[in-house]
Design a protein around this ligand. Structure first.
Ligand SMILES: [Mg+2]
Length: 133
């Protein structure tokens, strides 16, 4: 089991040893996170379905993916640390919201956006025909 607080402590110490704390503002960390996620995305740019299916056998690409994944996670954990966000609580609360937002009966097997699923669940009432006087 991953100990998130232990990872955050290790990252914090890495930052403190280098006097990088002044640079680790929430805005800078959010930007850095976005850049790292983009680097992860770049690996997949123009990748065919066949190339994706063969990824587990591609050691070089898997190493790149692992590095960018780790870079992203490090910034995400650092962001939470700087803002004193309770990672465990935040994720569990969001999962609970997602359960309510995407009930299995309407969300199973579809990636239709939440707002469209809502329309399916609660179709707009038909307008009353205008009365003629
Ligand atoms: Mg990177």
């Amino acid at each position: 089991m991953i100990d998130i607080r232990e990872l955050q402590k290790e990252i914090r110490e890495f930052v403190q040893e280098r006097d990088w704390e002044p640079y680790h503002t929430p805005k800078n960390l959010a930007i850095a996170l976005s850049v790292e996620v983009s680097e992860l995305l770049e690996i997949f740019q123009w990748m065919s379905e066949a190339e994706q299916a063969a990824l587990p056998d591609n050691e070089k690409l898997m190493a790149e993916i692992k590095d960018e994944f780790a870079d992203s996670m490090i910034y995400l954990l650092r962001f939470a640390d700087v803002l004193d966000l309770d990672v465990d609580q935040a994720i569990k609360a969001k999962i609970a919201k997602n359960h309510a937002k995407y009930p299995v009966e309407t969300a199973r097997g579809t990636f239709v956006k939440y707002s469209k699923q809502l329309q399916k669940r609660n179709p707009p009432e038909k307008a009353e025909p205008e009365k003629r006087e």
